[in-house]
Each structure stands twice: as C-alpha cells, then as structure tokens.
Design a protein around this ligand. Sequence first.
Ligand code: RIB
Length: 301
Amino acid sequence: MKILNYGSLNIDHVYRMPAFVKAGETLSATDCALHTGGKGLNQSVALARAGAEVYHGGKIGADGIDLKSFLESAGVNCDHLRIDSAVPTGHAIIQVVDSGENCIIIYGGTNSRVTREEIDDTLAHFDTGDYLLLQNEISNVNYLIHRAHEKGMIVVLNPSPITKALTEYDGLALLDWMIVNQGEAETLAGVSEGDSLSVLAALHAKYPRANLVMTLGKRGAVCLADGAIFTGRTYTYGKRVDTTGAGDTFTGYFIAGLARGCSVAESMELAGRAAGLSITKAGAAESIPDLATVKNAVPVD
Ligand code: RIB
C-alpha cells in the first residue's frame, strides 16, 4: 500500500521573538534562521521517518531544489514533484516566542500552481486502497479529493489552514479521514464553544462518512473512528523549543501507523510521542524524529 501526499513545500524564515508583533508595532528578532517546511513536506518527512512508503506530489520553483534534496534524503519518493520556474517556491514567515508557540504567514508561490492535468497524471500511478493525504496549502484540493475518491483511494485531509473556500468544498463529504485541531473543527462544524467531545460530535454530524481525529494541543487528541471513541495523551521530553510542525508530525505518524496495520489506539500513541519529541527542537521538518527514536525515548511526563 502506497501513500501519496500531495502538498505544499515551503522555505521557512523563522524569527525568534520576545513577543508576537502586534498591529502598528515594530520588534527586533533575537535570532533568525532558514528551515525546511510546508505542511505537505513536513507530513511527508514524518511519514517516511515513521517507516511508510511515501510519494510526494507538489511543485517547487528553481529556488526550491534544496527542499527536494531534503525529501529525498528523508526517503521520500519525488517522482511526482514538479519544478516550475515562473514564480518563487512557497515560503513562510514564522515568529517563535519563548514558550515555543508560533505565528505563521504563508506565501503560496508554486504551491498555488498545481494543475488538474498534473493531478490526473500523478493519480494514474496510484490504485484502490492506496492513501492520499492532503492539507490546504496547494491549489485544486477539492479536485484531488474527488478524483482520488473515484479511484477508491483512502482520502485523508488535514484541512489546515482553514479558508472560506475550503469550508465550501463538496469533497469534504467524501473524506475517509479528517485530522483537525479543535479550532478548525469548530469552524467546520459551525460551533463556537463546547467540550472536545461535543465539538467532535458536531463535526461527525456534519461529515458522517469521515473518521475524525481532533488534536487538542497540550490536552492530547480524541478520535472518532467507526463509531468508537479513542483518546490520546501528550508526552513531554524536555523544554518546548518550537511547536512548528508538531501537528504535521502527529498527522504523518498517525497515517503511517494506520497504513502498516496498527490499531487506531497504537497509531495515536506513536503520533503523540513523535509530536512531543518534535517540539524539543527548532524548525519544522528538521525536528521530526525517526521511528527508532520515538520508540526508545523516555518521556519525563
Ligand atoms: O505546519 C507548519 C508549517 O506551516 C510550516 O513549516 C510552514 O511552512 C507552514 O506551512
């Protein structure tokens, strides 16, 4: 069983800040660095480091060749990664504060130039029972969902970042799995408050076909799959340095677990451990641990 992850690749410009910049304010960063990122790329790296057979579909510019090299060195197949020199590679401007939390601006660049013809060409290499993993940082996500569903692929969406256009995609009704954080779940379900289980129930009422995973930050995660509820906890391995990419680490590890036949509970456990380790290091893709590290690391909490 193969996993196609069709998603964004970004050059992350990361600034360590004393606080997040407010409207009208100018603040000096205490440090800055370039990192490898994009929700798509991060999730492909997590899938590969979790031991999955993963193919990355997407698009970079001439300035993004290092992103391709990074994916290949992580063990990701890049046969379906295209190069388009008309616009720059996607990038992100990321502020990270001492608590490890972040604020992110993204510029789509080549991520916004994924075409239907390219999608048709790529999907021709995948079959019924293969996974398609998507986020919301490339063009034609709704088209991808429809075409992959028609082929009988298992379609997983991490609908991040949420946009108004995404909330109106009719393809959301066709998903097999949706992996969201609580804020995204509330927006999609149209509820403004409530405990995590009631938000999950509201999301299920709106998208009854999809199995749902809702991440809850420091409170772990809850899952509704085939009528059963599962809960997952968080694991602490040391100081929270940078939470960027923790959600992507969780998603990649969770899907890799399912794809190799682990139970939902086992997949959530591994995903929670991997995400906990990722936040102890700077950067998004660079901070994603491999499976042996995840299995051997001992949490302090
Ligand atoms: O999820 C983290 C990612 O979001 C960053 O790597 C950044 O590129 C944005 O896509």
